[in-house]
Design a protein around this ligand. Structure first.
Ligand SMILES: Cc1cc2nc3c(=O)[nH]c(=O)nc-3n(C[C@H](O)[C@H](O)[C@H](O)COP(=O)(O)OP(=O)(O)OC[C@H]3O[C@@H](n4cnc5c(N)ncnc54)[C@H](O)[C@@H]3O)c2cc1C
Length: 448
């Protein structure tokens, strides 16, 4: 009976595509996994193996009750192939799950190649067959021809080729005695004051510009990462290099703002915008940059009001093909205009190895549900996996930036629990993890 079902297509044999293929095959469905390497290389991959880790060999923290741990724990509960292989390929790396990249890719490739329900085709896909159930998982370096076809299906203006990420800080680490709420010229989008503003006087501004100019940069992953910038999303250090006043006339302009403590316009300001769908966090508007992460922490803590800032994400700019997922995808990663097409991995608008594996697993499971004519059942919102899907399908589409898993993507605790754990962040995070895993167990008991 099942053998009569047409095979599911998976485009891209990276982290997401390999996990998706495994999930589909173990659910009892045939699939074809298309991988263009080695015939057609990418600027970052060095081998012909599936699931190649292109840069670091770390799958992030295994510290219990951290957000990256929670995501991995959920994947393990859902029988992720890549997490199983990662455990076998583990090498010492402190609290992080670091792997021997060769063993990892080799063992994932072996598992995929040996599975009787997976056919691996080494060819570049140039267009999406809209009649087959298809998972697009071609990653941040999707080949040009396919990117064009994805643009045709999704609308070219909803496909991006660069990621311009500004840093995000925890709300409770911002000093409320310094940062003030206000919108420029009092013009608020929704009747509240939209931004938190950190004011700088002349000396503070000059020292800040000096620190940016002296900060150490991240070495580029691929040459394109430093060669080309869009004028609209220049890194702040490039703005500082163009002139000492450029930042003050750009993202740090103080026009239309008055510091309530002095009654005067500050010399410069850093504006922080509350993140939609991210509880309790703010992003530093227009602060995309290429500085090393420790340098970002050091330099941005010079901003008045951010002296004790806790960073949930650092700024980055890099080559990344991704869709404007909130306008296109459901929380089951299906295309709204054609639910037989699903997106997974970095191209679906998540960031990071484990997030890519997670969305591969989700898309694989939903594709198997589609193949068996069942309804696709979204993962619970309380889980890390469900929260990634909620972010991808429901974040603010106007300023969409791919996300790593962090606690601010998970739903905030209800008021009594929030009050109970108000002063104990560790206990708060442990409670969020407990609820997530419990809710995943309930989901598995019904649908697994
Ligand atoms: C240079 C670089 C460095 C990165 N470093 C890190 C890091 O250190 N840590 C981290 O967590 N994340 C990192 N990322 C982000 C991200 O986690 C990885 O890119 C991750 O591999 C994404 O998984 P994926 O499955 O979406 O894509 P990939 O793993 O890239 O897999 C996509 C696959 O699709 C294939 N493909 C592309 N187009 C086609 C086509 N038309 N037909 C058939 N096959 C095709 C590619 O060859 C590739 O094998 C990095 C990204 C880049 C670009």
């Amino acid at each position: 009976m099942l053998d009569l079902v047409a095979p599911i297509h998976i485009l891209g044999g990276g982290l997401a595509g390999s996990e998706a293929a495994w999930q589909i095959a173990t659910a009892g469905f045939d699939c074809v996994l298309f991988e263009m390497r080695p015939r057609q290389p990418t600027p970052a991959h060095k081998t012909d193996q599936l699931a190649e880790l292109v840069c670091s060999n770390s799958l992030k923290s295994e510290a219990e009750n951290s957000a990256p741990w929670l995501l991995k724990e959920e994947l393990r509960k859902l029988d992720s192939l890549l997490l199983r292989v990662a455990r076998e390929a583990r090498v010492p790396g402190g609290q992080a799950l670091t792997v021997d990249r060769e063993v990892f890719a080799r063992e994932v490739s072996r598992a995929i190649e040996d599975h009787p329900r997976i056919e691996l085709r080494r060819e570049e896909v140039r267009s999406i067959a809209e009649d087959a159930i298809t998972i697009v998982a071609t990653g941040p370096l999707t080949s040009g021809a396919l990117a064009e076809d994805i643009g045709r299906i999704t609308g070219a203006e909803r496909l991006f080729f660069y990621d311009s990420i500004s840093p995000i800080v925890e709300a409770e680490s911002i000093d409320p005695g310094v940062a003030f709420r206000a919108s420029r010229y009092g013009k608020s989008m929704d009747g509240t004051d939209d931004y938190l503003n950190c004011p700088l006087d002349r000396d503070q501004y000059e020292r800040f510009v000096d620190a940016i100019l002296a900060a150490e940069a991240v070495p580029a992953h691929i040459p394109e990462d430093t060669a080309r910038f869009f004028e609209a999303c220049l890194p702040i250090e490039e703005l500082a290099r163009r002139g000492r006043e450029t930042l003050r006339f750009g993202p740090m302009k103080p026009m239309g703002l008055e510091d309530p403590r002095t009654g005067r316009r500050p010399y410069a300001v850093v504006q922080l915008r509350q993140e939609n769908l991210r509880a309790d966090s703010f992003n530093l508007v227009g602060f995309q940059n290429h500085m090393r992460f420790p340098e970002q922490a050091r330099v941005f803590r010079m901003i008045p009001g951010l002296e004790r800032a806790e960073f949930l994400r650092y700024g980055q700019i890099h080559r990344n093909t991704f869709i404007n997922a909130p306008t296109l995808l459901t929380n089951t990663l299906q295309l709204r205009t054609n639910p037989r097409i699903l997106f997974a991995g970095q191209i679906s608008g998540v960031e990071g190895y484990v997030e890519s594996i997670a969305t591969g697993l989700i898309a694989g499971r939903h594709a198997a549900e589609l193949a068996s004519d069942a309804e696709t059942r979204a993962f619970p919102r309380a889980t890390a996996i469900g929260s990634l899907c909620a972010f991808v399908s429901g974040a603010d589409a106007r300023n969409y930036q791919p996300a790593n898993i962090t606690f601010d993507l998970l739903p905030a605790l209800d008021e009594p629990a929030r009050l109970r754990f108000r002063r104990d962040k560790k206990a708060r995070h442990a409670e969020i993890c407990r609820r997530a895993l419990e809710s995943l167990d309930e989901y598995r008991a019904i649908y697994a």
